[in-house]
Design a binder for this molecule. Structure first.
Ligand code: TXA
Ligand code: MG
Length: 294
């Protein structure tokens, strides 16, 4: 199967392919997503197959309006209201109790559903035109860095999907912040551009971090993610640098890792200067890429 790149005037082709049960790649402000209609189980199954994704790793529901929460969850209350007023549309995913009507394959059997309302114009237009929520994991093969350009998407999925909707480079570059409202204390499951401090400021209360060695709250975090083929060496002291090195930002991290792989580098030396070390979400991805945390 050939993969066709669609521009913004061809959204309706992408929408009808999704409605027919096909998987379609589309841009978001964080990373490109591999979309399928959430209520079509066979289409959702295809997403796991295309990515080689473990079945126990749940997917994020992408919606185009707050009203669409209603078909996924009965969540309501002050905390939810505050968060969506401040951060939606945008890179915040909320884990909330799910309705029985949500196919259990989407949630990998969990009693919850992760929901996000992206701010990318094309993503929202596409979901609106389909008329129902889409599941969309990052559009990479499982275990590879998330794609932030169409070229990155094609590197992993060329010939495996019919359509890729072109939206230029993603402005944020790392995946959304994932916050669970399912637990008695709101819990940060994946750090992102929206920080712990921003969440605590919005909620006017403490946000918990998952405890090391505690129960696995977010199945995706137990897999080695974000990993290039090359070995990743993290260096914190300038004097320890040897030869070529990179200083990443959230925006260019995955592009740098993929570029190093394309050049056939066996090792990628990364200088974690003070600015990098202060960026909790960036350090989280770097530690995963280097295999320091899994
Ligand atoms: O920025 C993003 O969120 C991107 C774009 C495409 O929107 N999507 C994305 O999806 O990063 P994915 O599938 O690569 O990562 C989803 C993460 C995983 O770590 C998964 O375990 C977690 O969200 N997750 C999904 N549903 C969950 C649930 N019900 N409970 C706990 N964690 C969940
Ligand atoms: Mg992913």
């Amino acid at each position: 199967m050939g993969t066709r790149i669609l521009n913004s005037s061809e959204i309706s082709l992408a929408a009808s392919a999704l409605k027919r049960g096909e998987a379609v790649v589309f841009p978001t402000e964080t990373v490109y997503g591999l979309g399928a209609c959430l209520f079509q189980e066979a289409a959702v199954k295809k997403i796991f197959e295309i990515k080689g994704r473990p079945q126990d790793n749940p997917l994020i529901a992408h919606i185009a309006s707050v009203e669409q929460v209603g078909c996924l969850s009965n969540i309501e209350g002050l905390l939810f209201d505050r968060l969506i007023q401040r951060f939606w549309p945008g890179p915040l995913t909320l884990v909330v109790p799910r309705k029985k009507s949500v196919p259990s394959i989407v949630s990998a059997g969990q009693p919850t559903i992760a929901i996000r309302l992206p701010s990318h114009d094309l993503a929202r237009k596409l979901i609106l035109e389909v008329g129902e929520p889409l599941v969309a994991p990052s559009a990479n093969l499982s275990g590879r860095p998330s794609p932030t350009t169409v070229a990155d998407v094609l590197e992993d999925l060329e010939g495996k999907v019919g359509f890729v909707l072109e939206g230029g480079p993603c402005s944020i570059g790392i995946e959304s912040t994932v916050l669970s409202l399912y637990h008695p204390i709101p819990t940060l499951l994946r750090p992102g551009q929206i920080t712990l401090e921003m969440l605590e400021d919005c909620l006017e209360r403490k946000v918990a971090l998952p405890q090391a060695g505690g129960p696995i709250l977010s199945p995706g975090m137990k897999y080695r993610h974000y990993a290039p083929k090359a070995r990743v060496d993290l260096v914190t002291q300038e004097k320890d640098l040897k030869g070529e090195f990179l200083i990443p930002t959230q925006q260019n991290l995955y592009a740098l890792l993929r570029e190093a792989d394309r050049k056939g580098a066996s090792t990628i030396q990364i200088f974690c200067n003070e600015a990098v070390q202060k960026d909790f979400a960036l350090m989280n991805r770097l530690l995963r890429a280097s295999g320091k945390i899994t």
